[in-house]
Ligand binder design. Structure first.
Ligand code: UDP
Length: 345
């Protein structure tokens, strides 16, 4: 019987792209768990259309231990869990910190408890470059010190990493990889799936594409007085398909017992820092469109500048990001256009 991988948050942005890569690159069965708090079930139909394969899925909230235990107990031959399910908006976490502390921490504790009770040996945790805080020495390596979390969201990732670390160290049969994502953007090359926040988006790229298509009348660059080359914040944008591919490599790394450290940590970024204004320019260049934007105020919780040293993931996981910022923007735009076509019909 083929091994099963549980993907939590499988209907979400990175989860759905990872399921596609898992189905296309491996023989694992995939079971997705989601409560659709920021996604929809129709994503599974799109995944099945793209891959021609079926997935099993459960609608449940990982914060509800009883429901988790009841629904998933019958699953057999589980080789690993990839845990994406979490809230991820920096600004939302600034206004509702308890929502983040409760959801992101309790769900993690429950899924680890499930791994323990079912003897599931491998675990991948979605972390974030936000754990580094405002750090002077760039690019950041996995050994860079973690500084004060600038937002409750970032704090949930710092604490989450510690939870994974201490749990893994006390369970010799358990092996984990923590992946620190920089800024995942873009969409699948089919343009059938992409980022689809249910409420108003807070991330840069969905705001850019929605402004271009006319759903947002004007967007704002959150500050141009930072100490960067054009005054706007620097991030390391990375194509979601590259991130998805890293998860396939990371779960295989764990299953093939290549993990040397019990818990391994990898930065997932391209290694290139891009300012907000450069991201906007890239979008305008590849689409030929003019974006309606103006410079606005700084946003609370933002770090000034961050980008990755990604050598460790390249060496250990044999991973190489393939897409540049132009390709990211173009794929995000094609997805936005596809969405507006669906809505018209
Ligand atoms: N940003 C912006 N205007 C927007 C949304 C985001 O200038 O409408 C900036 C934001 O301040 C940050 C960068 O874009 O400097 C990336 O923000 P995002 O929310 O996409 O990701 P984060 O780095 O906060 O996780």
């Amino acid at each position: 019987m083929d091994k099963t991988i549980i993907v939590t948050g499988g209907a979400g942005f990175i989860g759905s792209h990872t399921i596609i890569e898992l189905l296309q690159q491996t023989n694992y069965n995939v079971v997705s768990i989601d409560n659709y708090s920021n996604s929809g079930k129709e994503t599974y139909n799109r995944i099945e259309k793209i891959t021609g394969k079926k997935i099993n899925y459960f609608e449940l909230d990982l914060c509800d231990w009883g429901s988790l235990d009841k629904n998933l107990s019958a699953l057999k031959n589980i080789a690993g869990v990839i845990h994406f399910a979490a809230f991820k908006s920096v600004p939302e976490s600034m206004t509702d910190p308890l929502l983040y502390y409760h959801n992101n921490i309790e769900s993690l504790v429950n899924i680890l408890r499930f791994c323990k009770e079912k003897n599931i040996p491998n675990f991948i945790f979605s972390s974030s470059c936000s754990v580094y805080g405002n750090i002077n020495k760039l690019p950041v390596t996995e050994d860079s010190p973690l500084t004060k979390a600038e937002s409750p969201y970032a704090y949930t990732k710092q604490v989450g990493e510690q939870i994974v670390d201490s749990f893994t160290k006390t369970n010799t049969d358990f092996s984990s990889v923590i992946l620190r994502y920089f800024n995942p953007v873009g969409a699948h090359k089919s343009a059938q799936i992409g980022e689809l926040p249910l409420g108003p988006p807070t991330s840069l790229v969905p705001i850019i594409t929605r402004t271009a298509i006319g759903l947002i009348s004007k967007m704002h660059v959150h500050g141009d007085t930072y100490n960067t080359r054009d005054g706007s914040c620097i991030r390391d944008y990375i194509h979601v398909t590259d991130i998805a591919d890293a998860h396939v490599k990371a779960i295989q790394y764990l299953i093939e017992n290549k993990n040397k450290h019990n818990v391994s940590l990898f930065n997932l970024g391209t290694g290139t820092g891009v300012t907000v204004l450069e991201a906007i320019n890239s979008f305008e260049k590849v689409t030929g469109l003019k974006l309606n934007y103006e410079i606005g105020l700084r946003r609370d919780g933002d770090v000034e500048s961050i980008y990755a040293n990604n050598n460790l993931a390249k060496q250990e996981l044999n991973w190489e990001p393939k897409f540049n910022i132009d390709a990211m923007m173009l794929s995000a735009w094609k997805w936005q256009q596809h969405l507006s076509e669906i809505k018209k019909n």
